[in-house]
Design a protein around this ligand. Structure first.
Ligand code: GLU
Ligand code: ZN
Length: 292
């Protein structure tokens, strides 16, 4: 079966070198296998979207030589998410953030430090008249996600470790978890290469695929680029945005080389994408690794 991969940025700000490295690896993964490569703007969280970020991202990707066969924008696909939501076992939730926090703290055996798990308050009924979120009644199952890069599985007990997920917020915004699952399936994506920060979200996405009868793609979670202090690159501060390098007359070959070197790959000071494709094939064959 031929590979279909994608890069799915959220157009919430400038693309920094960390995003660019993930974009580069996603492109290499698709193209090293002769596959199709898609670009998807995940712009559902309208309050965080910066309208200029769409075009800046396209220009940054093109400058690095990372092309794509098809582009989709999530905000133009709302009926698809609506239809998927209607097929799930859901209920309205009118809890405020404060009420959820209080309920989590009051629930017995609430784990300390872990992400708060919604205790299912509104399964018993909600407050009419308040704006309602839509929550998915998660099945009483353990959901596992296989990561192809690390060759490990991450399993989570849905009721106790994930809880009933809000798939639409009370302001009408569809959740990323729902949209990503719907779009990966609708676009025939076979391989999801993305940052390791999303590994913990993968079991719930696999569970959603199961509930919707959608196929599960292969997942490759790649390390995030850390700055010299060992911290994640924030969108502001730290690394310069790709746009600044591009407009400052930097060379894309040098930036590609810098990204490759940050993975521990020995490359000359300037590299082409053709130089990097064999390196990604070596990763797939287990002859080369990625350094965080
Ligand atoms: N839009 C997400 C982000 O920028 C990535 C989602 C994904 O690759 O599944 O973090
Ligand atoms: Zn509730």
């Amino acid at each position: 079966m031929s590979v279909v991969g994608r890069f799915a940025p959220s157009p919430t700000g400038a693309m920094h070198l960390g995003n660019a490295r993930t974009a580069l690896l996603a492109w290499l993964h698709s193209r090293a296998q002769g596959g199709r490569h898609l670009l998807r703007f995940e712009d559902l969280d309208t309050g965080r979207v910066r309208p200029w970020a769409f075009e800046t991202t396209r220009l940054d990707l093109a400058w690095l030589g990372l092309d794509w066969d098809e582009e989709v924008i999530q905000s133009s696909r709302l009926p698809l998410y609506e239809a998927a939501l209607a097929r799930l076992d859901t209920y309205p939730c009118t809890c405020t953030r404060k009420e959820v926090q209080a309920a989590v703290q009051a629930s017995v055996g609430a784990p300390h430090g872990a992400e708060p798990v919604y205790p299912g308050t509104c399964r018993a009924g909600h407050m009419p008249g308040r704006p309602a979120a839509v929550r998915w009644r998660v099945p009483a199952e353990v959901a596992c996600a296989q990561d192809e890069l690390s060759q490990t599985a991450l399993c989570q007990d849905l009721p106790t470790e994930v809880g009933d997920l809000a798939l639409r917020r009370n302001d009408g915004v569809f959740a990323y978890h729902l949209a990503v699952v719907v779009d990966d399936a609708a676009q025939g994506v076979t391989d999801v290469l993305r940052g390791a920060d999303l590994l913990g979200a993968t079991p719930r996405q696999v569970a959603l695929q199961g509930a919707l009868g959608l196929p599960t793609p292969r997942y490759w979670h790649v390390p995030l680029l850390l700055d010299f202090r060992g911290e994640r690159l924030a969108k502001r501060g730290g690394a310069p945005p790709v746009q600044a390098l591009r407009e400052g007359g930097d060379s894309p070959g040098r930036v590609r080389a810098e990204l490759a070197r940050s993975l521990g790959w020995a490359v000359p000071p300037e590299v082409s994408l053709d130089d990097l494709l064999p390196l990604w094939r070596a990763v797939l064959e287990g002859r080369l690794t990625l350094r965080a």
